[in-house]
Design a binder for this molecule. Structure first.
Ligand SMILES: [Zn+2]
Length: 231
């Protein structure tokens, strides 16, 4: 797909205004509910303590049983409660609150995106820069393990129904397939919602103004949005 030689449509070099000339006000998205890292770490630590305690209790109960009955039981296998999955940069993880560049090719979050989506986003970025808007990437490609971790983490913090409205399963996630990208800050989201279709880029979930996919032919209208990641 080549958009470099296509004629540039004329449009105002400013964010849209209302008929009266006032700037359209943009209601920022509801911040994603998250659990702080410290709370998550504490939860993990408490979980580990609970597991270790249960293992110790079980072992002593079995030991008592074996001692009283004279049974010879095989030794308990070692348990490592600390081996909990933590997403890394190799899984496409980008720290909470961080934004990376569309040119950070050394990050799998960027390099494992669909090449067509990445090319379209870079073309859009160049045009956005003309309007003084910087497109930052808050999430790109994700490993299936990271997506599952994200879903579990959100379910634990906001409950199943809300979590599933925002986080797809690894099988369904467009991030895992490399076909979706999350953009910030809010002015960049608004710019991409307004002009992304010139590059084939569309907001695809009504409840996620930060989430974009290649969803139309460049220059055509975007298809109707799905309500949320569950719909
Ligand atoms: Zn997304």
């Amino acid at each position: 797909m080549s958009t470099s030689s296509a004629p540039v449509p004329t449009r105002p070099h400013a964010l849209p205004t209302t008929e009266s000339g006032r700037r359209v006000t943009f209601v920022p998205p509801r911040p994603r509910a998250r659990t702080s890292r410290r709370v998550r770490r504490r939860r993990l630590a408490l979980g580990a303590v609970a597991v270790a305690g249960a293992v110790a209790l079980g072992a002593s109960a079995i030991g008592a049983l074996a001692g009283s009955s004279g049974l010879q039981l095989p030794p308990m296998p070692p348990v490592f409660p600390g081996t909990v999955f933590t997403p890394s940069a190799d899984d496409g993880f980008i720290d909470d609150g961080m934004q990376v560049s569309l040119w950070d090719d050394d990050l799998p979050a960027i390099s494992r995106l669909d090449p067509e989506l990445l090319a379209a986003m870079r073309a859009a970025e160049a045009r956005a820069a003309d309007d003084g808007i910087r497109l930052g990437v808050t999430s790109g490609w994700r490993s299936a393990a990271y997506q599952q971790w994200l879903l579990d983490d959100r379910i634990a913090s906001v409950g199943e129904e809300t979590a599933r409205a925002y986080v797809a399963t690894p099988e369904q996630s467009r991030h895992v397939s490399g076909d979706a990208i999350d953009i910030g800050p809010v002015d960049a989201q608004y710019w991409l919602i307004s002009y992304g279709s010139e590059f084939g880029i569309c907001q695809t979930y009504g409840n996620e103004p930060w989430h974009f996919e290649l969803a139309t032919t460049p220059g055509s209208e975007c298809p109707p949005m799905r309500t949320d990641a569950n719909g």
